[in-house]
Design a protein. Structure first.
Length: 253
């Protein structure tokens, strides 16, 4: 059933669209990627699995995404993390399994850090990450941009990046890049406090498989599994990829 959560106030207020399925624990929380939405293929597949298993499932759209309100270009990691935490605190009563895709993998790890520190009763019991784009604004965007593109971004405040996944370009804002620097995780140990399973395609042009290896190295205290899919791309949406995803969620849940 679709519901909503209001996050922020005044000019920063936005309505976050939520799909919440009641069921047995642990609830599975889908945390989507940059410019993705809660009705996309993998998110819907996880929900269908939850329905078959009688498992609770929680999906939502960040502001500026899908069915939520707000302007995409106003989006930042801080803003989307705030929304993720607000949705979880509103709908969860037990420790969840987090399933984070691409940018959602980074946000899942940031949310986990917050919950471990502030709300341990909602800290995850397991995490599945699909091509996790940890520190993406710095490592996968800014560091890859040529000097002329960086200069354009500094001068105009936005770069419209062509996308392989949409006819419309993705706006990358200077604010997004600068805010992302407040949330960088790589370079220090990352404590998840639970088992983590990473699925990573080796033909992924957006998140190199070496990036996933680096993340594994930064999870020293946790049980971490890494599945490298030799011919897998960024989406990992082929039938065999989706089967791996459901197997990973089922095993860790």
């Amino acid at each position: 059933m679709q519901q909503s959560v209001t996050v922020g106030s005044g000019a920063n207020e936005r309505r976050i669209a939520v799909l919440h399925r009641e069921g047995k624990a642990p609830p599975v929380v889908w945390i989507g990627g940059f410019k993705s939405d809660m009705r996309a293929t993998k998110a819907s597949l996880v929900d269908s699995w939850a329905e078959r298993k009688g498992r609770a499932c929680l999906r939502f759209d960040y502001s500026g995404h899908g069915e939520s309100g707000g302007d995409f270009e106003a989006g930042t990691i801080s803003r989307w993390l705030e929304e993720t935490l607000a949705v979880m605190k509103e709908f969860l009563k037990e420790r969840p399994v987090l399933v984070g895709s691409s940018m959602g993998g980074w946000i899942a790890l940031l949310a986990t850090r917050h919950l471990l520190e502030k709300h341990p009763a909602l800290a995850p019991v397991g995490i599945v990450l699909i091509a996790p784009a940890t520190d993406m604004t710095e490592r996968l965007m800014w560091n890859r941009f040529p000097e002329d593109l960086r200069r354009t971004l500094e001068e105009t405040g936005v770069y419209y990046r062509p996308s392989a996944y949409s006819d419309d370009p993705y706006p990358i804002t200077k604010t997004l890049i600068e805010d992302g620097r407040r949330h960088l995780l790589l370079g220090q140990p990352i404590q998840a406090g639970c088992p983590v399973h990473i699925l990573q395609g080796m033909e992924d042009p957006d998140v190199p498989w070496e990036h996933a290896l680096e993340l594994v190295e930064h999870l020293p205290g946790d049980s971490v599994s890494l599945t490298l899919i030799k011919d897998g791309d960024h989406r990992l949406s082929r039938d065999e990829d989706l089967e791996r995803l459901i197997a990973a969620v089922e095993a860790i849940a």
